[in-house]
Write a protein that binds this ligand. Structure first.
Ligand SMILES: *Cc1c(COP(=O)(O)O)cnc(C)c1O
Length: 375
């Protein structure tokens, strides 16, 4: 009985946070949330539009030949959105032409278009493509695994208002909760989403985790706006500082980023996988990143041409725009100067000493209860 109350409370907080009239908080991860969406809106064998992995797509929306979840688990045939490398975004006109071709020539239109991705610098053009997609009888989903915290804080885009029928998310990326997932949508899909969650894609769900999600949603309601604003400000400042130090930061003409991510082409200085390891030896955690053009150039996801840097964690421990030059300098010493990571590590540890407290959260356990009680 108590766990039902916790789940209901968690759902209400998520509804308020995302201004959604239906939420299911039971999916145990972002991948599981995507499977729920596939189950609701598609059948095996259907076609889905999604981002290719080198364009920023996630393996959970990928083809079977790459062990992508959409293909391997749900039997979807994945077609790619046309992508504009320079703009680092979906190409609206070319995607419209592609959909037109799928309908008229191939006579096999998509059943679902899945926006969102893992390398995600700029809001996706849902609004611009919504009519085209809906008009061919397809549904629109949005994978907000990475950007859920930015959306919650009002700093990215608002997929449900822009034409998405359902949104999947992870609760542990920019949304700083326990590891988990959720699906947010409209009441009209509520019953189908519930059934697709249980019994289709979960049997038990992770009950303790739901309480953690509820607290994360409450903290996001309280602190999300400031947190998301600071994350984006830091990302832009970090991108600028890296650019000034000679690194090739993508999308300079667009101000580098509108999210928590900075994407860097490191091919002038080496490869992404090697750089990820060197930086990790210096206590700097980044991701190697497949970039558009890597596959054609013969590079592979284990050692691609890029790195992806996120500012969500450093923001959470209190770093501001003014600290980004120092962060960029530490990265540069490893990436460009090829200084011994062990040396740099000592300076990273010293720099990090001033940032030991977790911010944007309730100060005491009691605060969460008070927050919930006063509501
Ligand atoms: C991380 C990620 C996921 C997977 O989320 P998990 O919660 O780790 O299962 C799904 N989609 C995208 C775009 C992601 O970046």
């Amino acid at each position: 009985m108590y766990i039902d109350q916790v789940e209901r409370l968690c759902i209400d907080l998520a509804k308020e946070l995302f201004k959604a009239d239906f939420v299911d908080v039971r999916p145990v991860s972002g991948v599981c949330a995507n499977l729920v969406i596939y189950t609701v809106f598609t059948n095996p064998g259907d076609r889905m539009l999604a981002l290719a992995i080198p364009s920023g797509g996630h393996i959970s929306t990928g083809r079977k030949d790459f062990s992508g979840t959409a293909g391997a688990v749900h039997g979807l045939e994945v077609e790619y959105f046309a992508f504009d490398r320079k703009e680092m975004n979906i190409d609206v006109d070319k995607t419209k032409q592609k959909i037109e071709k799928m309908v008229t020539e191939e006579k096999n239109p998509p059943k679902l278009a899945m926006f969102g991705g893992s390398l995600f610098l700029f809001p996706h053009p849902i609004k611009e493509l919504a009519d085209t997609i809906h008009n061919v009888g397809a549904k629109i989903a949005y994978d907000a695994a990475h950007v859920a915290g930015l959306i919650a804080g009002g700093r990215f885009q608002d997929p449900l208002r822009e034409g998405a029928d359902a949104v999947s998310l992870s609760t542990h990326k920019t949304l700083f909760g326990p590891q988990g997932g959720a699906v947010i949508s409209f009441e009209q899909y509520g019953e189908q989403i519930k059934k697709a969650t249980f019994p289709s894609n979960t049997s038990n769900h992770h009950l303790h985790n739901v309480a953690g999600k509820a607290i994360a949603f409450a903290e996001m309601l309280q602190f999300g706006k400031n947190y998301a604003g600071q994350i984006v400000e830091n990302a832009k400042a970090l991108a600028q500082a890296l650019h000034e130090r000679g690194l090739t930061v993508l999308a300079e003409h667009k101000g580098f980023t509108e999210s928590h991510q900075v994407a860097v082409d490191v091919t002038k200085y080496g490869l992404g996988g090697d750089m990820e390891r060197a930086l990790e030896s210096a206590n700097i955690i980044v991701n190697r990143q497949l970039l558009p053009g890597d596959i054609q150039a013969g590079r592979h996801y284990t050692n691609p041409g890029g790195i992806r840097i996120g500012t969500s964690e450093i923001t959470r421990i209190g770093m501001k725009k003014t600290h980004m030059a120092e962060v960029a300098e530490l990265i540069k010493r490893v990436a460009i100067n090829k200084e011994d990571p062990e040396n740099v590590k000592q300076d990273v540890v010293a720099f990090r000493k001033d940032f030991q407290k977790v911010h944007y959260c309730f100060e005491a356990a009691k605060n969460a209860y008070e927050y919930i009680k006063i509501r």
